[in-house]
Ligand binder design. Structure first.
Ligand SMILES: [Zn+2]
Ligand SMILES: [Zn+2]
Length: 153
């Protein structure tokens, strides 16, 4: 029996969430996990009620789309909204977090960051993670998911 590892399971979840992204520039997903349980998830998307980049085009200032909230932030904010502690939690993200998300993750008490793909890895972000004692590990998505799901029948 092919049993999927926890790392691959949570990373797959983040990749599924990324498929919900509404910004065409980068599709990112993030899953916050505590004690092997998913406590929140997020993707790169607009503020609730605003238009979507996929419909209206990106709102670009200084070469960044300013319309969206990043996946990591959305996941953290979901915890804030529903009063779920993030202290000591782990996060699985499809891409290496940007500097702003890095700061938020550290400040929210996230202790481990698993990411699948390098993405403009900010040296200051790397430095901040190190100083904060946050473990950062690259976990590329392996996923013979279709095989795993379809081979049993
Ligand atoms: Zn956009
Ligand atoms: Zn970010």
């Amino acid at each position: 029996m092919n049993r999927i590892s926890w790392n691959q399971y949570f990373m797959a979840q983040s990749h599924l969430l990324a498929l919900r992204s509404t910004c065409t520039r980068l599709t990112v997903g993030a899953t916050i996990v505590r004690d092997k349980r998913i406590i929140a998830g997020g993707y790169n998307g607009s503020i609730a009620g605003d238009v979507h980049c996929v419909d209206e085009g990106c709102y670009v200032i200084d070469n960044h789309c300013v319309r969206t909230i990043h996946a990591e932030m959305n996941a953290l904010l979901q915890c804030a909204k529903f009063g779920v502690p993030t202290e000591g939690a782990e996060i699985y993200v499809t891409h290496f977090p940007c500097l702003q998300c890095t700061k938020a993750l550290i400040q929210a008490g996230i202790k481990t960051v698993y990411y699948a793909k390098d993405y403009k890895n900010n040296p200051y972000a790397v430095d901040l993670f190190e100083k904060a004692g946050v473990k950062v590990e690259k976990v590329p998505l392996e996923l013979p998911l279709n095989e795993l799901l379809l081979s049993e029948s």
